[in-house]
Design a protein around this ligand. Structure first.
Ligand code: COA
Length: 186
């Protein structure tokens, strides 16, 4: 866990892009719901600045894997950095509300590149992200994961995630089969 203390969250920036591209070139995808590594490499090679601006954008639309186009929610994307790119963590939310549209899995999602896993990085990244969520006005955040995803469950539980009981409707409306929902009070 000690090496996790060297982990920082950095906003996507040209300074970190070469290391990010190296991760994409291995086939790693920052989106855990569908593989976006190829399309991101194409975008970066076409116009790196526009790619970064899009990651940081707060308006416009998002095209989902199934073709659905929705307004972009307020969001923060941060990269995990220990001197090299280690992964990504994202926050999305609706301003003034803890509700989320049904196509959003939860307020926070994250992924660590395979060669940096099991060093405590995801646990630390979520810990570092929570104050950013609080600063956006959220009082608690909802996270989901597959019940078979032991690593992600541990990450959430180490950050005081409390399993949402049957009494607690998920802010996304409903959970998919086999999904767990957790609240973290900020
Ligand atoms: C889930 C994920 C982000 C964890 O990243 P990580 O940096 O390896 O996590 P940590 O090092 O903070 O480990 C957290 C705990 O999970 C355990 N763990 C990590 N990988 C594991 C694995 N493959 N199997 C079982 N346990 C695992 C760690 O040992 C640690 O346990 P401990 O607290 O008892 O020591 C990473 O595996 C990943 O990117 N997976 C694919 C994407 C994903 O599932 N994202 C989450 C979507 S909800």
């Amino acid at each position: 866990m000690d090496s996790a203390l060297s982990l920082r969250l950095v906003a996507p920036d040209e300074a970190y892009l070469a290391s990010y591209v190296a991760a994409l070139e291995t086939g790693w995808s920052p989106d855990t719901t569908h593989d976006v590594h190829d399309e991101q490499l194409v975008s970066i090679r076409r116009n790196a600045r526009a790619f970064l601006a899009d990651l940081l954008a707060q308006s416009g639309t998002i095209r989902h894997a199934d073709g659905l186009v929705t307004p972009r929610l307020p969001n923060r994307t941060m990269w995990l950095w220990d001197g090299e790119f280690c992964g990504a963590i994202g926050l999305r939310f609706a301003r003034g509300s803890e509700a989320l549209p049904p196509y959003v899995q939860g307020h926070i999602g994250y992924a660590v590149v395979p060669w940096k896993q099991r060093r405590g990085y995801a646990t630390r990244a979520l810990k570092l992200m929570l104050p950013l969520a609080r600063a956006e006005g959220l009082r608690r955040v909802f996270l989901t994961c597959d019940d078979a995803n032991t690593a992600s469950r541990k990450v959430i539980e180490a950050n005081d995630g409390v399993l949402a009981g049957a009494w607690s409707f998920p802010p996304t409306g409903a959970l998919d089969e086999g999904q767990l929902g957790y609240w973290i009070v900020l």
